[in-house]
Design a protein around this ligand. Structure first.
Ligand SMILES: [Zn+2]
Length: 474
């Protein structure tokens, strides 16, 4: 299936090559750059809302203009047949960089929450136009593959109305399903019929090992972190009773990585112009200390995307509510961009915090699907086909169990510091000949090796890293 994804990337790139000829700049998009004396061929974005066709033209134009930094692909189609576009921005847009993280933002899952959609387009533009001049952006793109999905619900957006702050018109998809209630749920069986948009995202995140993610929403100003649902949901017998029960629960539902999720949320809120102050949107609406909240403590929900990312795929996702008004007037967009720009960039860089490395066998071959479990955190991450793993962790001393079928399990202690990630390479020894008291015959158990990245031979296929399910252990 990875080939399918890669193929669609290539197809998207192929037709993106013609995008400038199609004329992004000749289609009514205002060429701000020309007035500023920039290269007239540069597709520049102004601050208004872009419908699906305008957005598509912009993405294609960027992809054609910056082929070394971007790749455009579609992960599927909405109910009404609109492409679910993803733009990769990276120094290696077409290939996973072995040992370096893939991260993502998804916006507009609720079609009428429109600010995130536009901000991701501006973020794309900012990345590609800053790469050569801003060393931090260059470092980020050189070391991270950033996947940006401006709209997960283009059908909902198509019927939404600018200026509507509080309505739910356009929130759901074309079949009236709330996509952020449409994912499998760990705490309570989700009986909602899976929608094409959700299925596409599920397949996407099963194919690429995303390390970190943000889901952009509107209607509040807060960074909300897992869990969204609570073990109490299991006690619900009917959906009516359940929603009544849940809406009155308001107690936090603590994830194994609660400290990390809080930290990630604070990175966003404290780098934001206003969110970190925890001011309520209007009188009567909640005030969030430091602009962050546990999802279930705010209100529990079943079928949310962030719990799914974490529990199924070991991707740390938080929900970013970035505008009190869901669909504010376009003239306010420059302010939203300025308020969120630093947060959006700094948050993605957090993928480089903690420990990462490779699990290899005695011959230096990667061990795929090795289980990596940090002690005291009841969640299992699995290695990719290159043997890679990432674990975002705060500074401290940790122990990790690494195990794989046919190998002797290893327990390793390691230290995480603040200033740079810990490289943790673990060698697993074959269980063949492993007898008696649990020692391999004629040899002591292999110690952990911490060293440089293993060299990747030129015969190693360097395509998109595909991964498998991450198991959450109860
Ligand atoms: Zn929302």
């Amino acid at each position: 299936m990875g080939r399918v994804l890669l193929l669609s990337v290539l197809v998207a790139a192929a037709y993106a090559q013609t995008a400038l000829d199609d004329g992004f700049l000749s289609t009514g998009e205002r060429a701000v750059g020309e007035a500023e004396g920039r290269d007239a061929g540069e597709p520049l974005l102004d601050f208004h809302y872009h419908d699906h066709e305008q957005m598509t033209r912009f993405l294609r134009a960027i992809s054609a203009r910056y082929p070394a930094l971007t790749a455009l692909y579609s992960i599927g189609k909405s109910v009404q047949g609109r492409d679910l576009w993803v733009m990769v921005v990276s120094a290696s847009p077409y290939e996973h960089m072995i040992g370096k993280p893939d991260v993502k933002y998804v916006a507009n899952i609720h079609g009428n929450e429109a600010v995130g959609r536009e901000l991701l387009l501006h973020l794309i533009q900012h990345f590609v136009t800053s790469y050569d001049s801003d060393p931090y952006i260059k470092w980020l793109l050189d070391n991270t593959r950033i996947h940006l999905m401006p709209s997960m619900n283009p059908d909902g957006f198509a019927i939404s109305k600018e200026g509507q702050c509080d309505t739910i018109h356009g929130r759901a998809n074309a079949r009236r399903y709330d996509l952020n209630r449409n994912f499998p749920d760990y705490f309570k069986q989700n009986t909602k019929q899976p929608q094409p948009e959700t299925d596409a995202v599920k397949e996407w995140i099963s194919k690429i090992q995303f390390v970190l993610s943000g889901s952009l929403h509107g209607g509040a100003l807060v960074a909300s972190y897992p869990f969204d649902n609570t073990p109490n949901a299991r006690m619900c017998r009917s959906s009516v009773l359940c929603s009544v029960f849940q809406s009155h629960a308001h107690s936090p539902s603590i994830a194994p990585d609660d400290d990390v999720f809080r930290h990630l949320s604070l990175i966003y809120s404290k780098n934001h112009a206003k969110m970190g102050r925890g001011v309520s949107c209007k009188s009567g609406s909640p005030r969030f200390e430091n602009g962050i909240t546990n999802g279930a403590a705010w209100y529990p929900l079943t079928g949310g995307m962030q719990d799914y990312n974490y529990l199924w795929h070991g991707c740390m996702e938080i929900t970013l509510e970035i505008s009190c008004c869901k669909y504010p007037p376009a003239h306010e967009l420059p302010k939203y961009w300025q308020d969120n720009k630093q947060s959006m960039i700094k948050y993605l860089a957090e993928a480089h915090r903690g420990a990462h490395g490779f699990v290899m066998d005695e011959n230096g071959n990667p061990v795929e699907r090795a289980a990596v479990r940090v002690k005291g955190r009841d969640v299992v991450y699995h290695t990719t086909k290159y043997g890679e793993f990432w674990r975002i962790l705060l500074p401290g001393t940790y122990r990790v169990d690494v195990s794989a079928e046919g190998y002797i399990p290893q327990e390793v202690e390691f230290i995480v510091i603040d200033s740079h990630p810990t490289l943790l390479n673990v060698t697993l020894h074959s269980a063949k000949g492993y007898v008696a008291q649990g020692r391999p015959k004629g040899r002591r158990p292999g110690p952990m090796r911490i060293g440089p990245y293993p060299s990747t031979s030129s015969t190693t296929p360097r395509t998109t890293a595909l991964t498998d399910t991450i198991v959450f252990k109860e």
